[in-house]
Design a protein around this ligand. Structure first.
Ligand code: AMP
Length: 195
């Protein structure tokens, strides 16, 4: 079972992916987490991507597709929740080809819809909460970088909404409400898609 969570930064993709892991036994694949790990472990690739991420821009398709390919071809998981991938049309085409190559299919694409204004408040709030709790704050969770991340989303990622709608795979969910209610809606979509 393979599910894509699509949505702008701060839409709740990570939170909802965790719920789907708990409720459906899927494995979460977050390219953002993989890139932050690469940065933290100081690999050559990590050093190269750190600045790009801190500017709020997208890392190259080649790098992220490489990370996903490695997971898909080495994992024996029954399926994945793609969180933050694909983010460009080229990544979407690459994912389609990889799934075909590994004999898998895409079951559903779920778009989490949230107004930009709410996203800025959420992300700035997420950073303030982490800071107050003495936890590390993501280098790209600030109002300035967020504007660039939103721009990248609208310019490079939003076209995927039509791309997957044309394939008949798109499900859009209002993601501005309560986390549990949204999680329930996502679970229902996953059950229908895999019934
Ligand atoms: P995220 O944790 O999903 O918000 O991603 C944090 C940052 O990592 C993004 O702003 C990008 O710089 C980079 N990133 C994550 N996933 C991708 C992707 N699929 N394509 C390009 N860049 C990505």
């Amino acid at each position: 079972m393979n599910i894509i969570l699509l949505g702008p930064p701060g839409a709740g993709k990570g939170t909802q992916a965790e719920r789907l892991v708990e409720n459906h036994g899927l494995v979460q694949l977050s390219t953002g987490d993989m890139l932050r790990q690469a940065k933290a472990s100081g690999t050559e690739m990590g050093k190269r991507v750190a600045e790009v991420m801190e500017r709020g821009e997208l890392v190259t398709d080649e790098i992220v597709v490489g990370l996903i390919e490695e997971k898909l071809t080495t994992s024996d998981a029954k399926g994945f929740i793609f969180d933050g991938f694909p983010r460009t049309l080229a990544q979407a085409d690459a994912l389609g080809a990889l799934l075909e190559k590994t004999g898998q299919r895409l079951d559903a694409v779920i778009e989490l819809k949230v107004d930009d204004k709410i996203l800025v408040d959420r992300i700035v709030g997420r950073a303030e909460q982490a800071r107050a709790a003495g936890q590390p704050v993501r280098a790209d969770d600030n109002a300035e970088t967020l504007n660039q991340r939103l721009e990248a989303y609208h310019a490079q990622t939003a076209p995927l909404i039509d791309y997957y709608a044309q394939k008949g795979a798109l499900n859009s969910v209002d993601a501005m409400g309560d986390i549990d209610t949204i999680a329930g809606e996502l679970s229902a979509i996953v059950k229908t898609a895999t019934a």
